[in-house]
Design a protein around this ligand. Structure first.
Ligand code: FES
Length: 107
């Protein structure tokens, strides 16, 4: 189990306990965190699970690759250095305490 922090556009932070192996997207949906729409259920076809990884965590989470990288050009919010699709980021001990921001356009 790891802790994930979701920062909303108004600055409020929701901290959730996420089972290792779950995606950030799944942990958000399970805990009713607003702003993660995830229309496609994690099939990498909707880009409605966009999050921006906190600067301090970008190196740990790592960059998007392949089709996720292309999909990030189709999100409703402008892409940033820490942009990831949360369905493609797997929770694990290395990410315990990770913080991600939810774009205002997904609210
Ligand atoms: S849930 Fe659709 S791309 Fe992530």
């Amino acid at each position: 189990m790891s802790t994930v922090e979701f920062e909303q556009p108004d600055g409020t932070v929701t901290s959730v306990d996420a089972p290792d192996g779950d995606s950030l997207m799944r942990s958000a949906l399970t805990n009713l965190v607003p702003g993660i729409v995830a229309d496609c259920g994690g099939e990498l076809s909707c880009a409605t699970c966009h999050v921006i990884v906190d600067d301090a965590w970008i190196g740990v989470v790592g960059p998007p690759t392949g089709f996720e990288d292309e999909m990030l050009d189709a999100t409703s919010a402008e892409r940033e250095a820490g942009s990831r699709l949360s369905c493609q980021v797997t929770v694990g001990p290395a990410l315990d305490g990770v913080r991600v921001r939810i774009p205002a356009s997904q609210w």
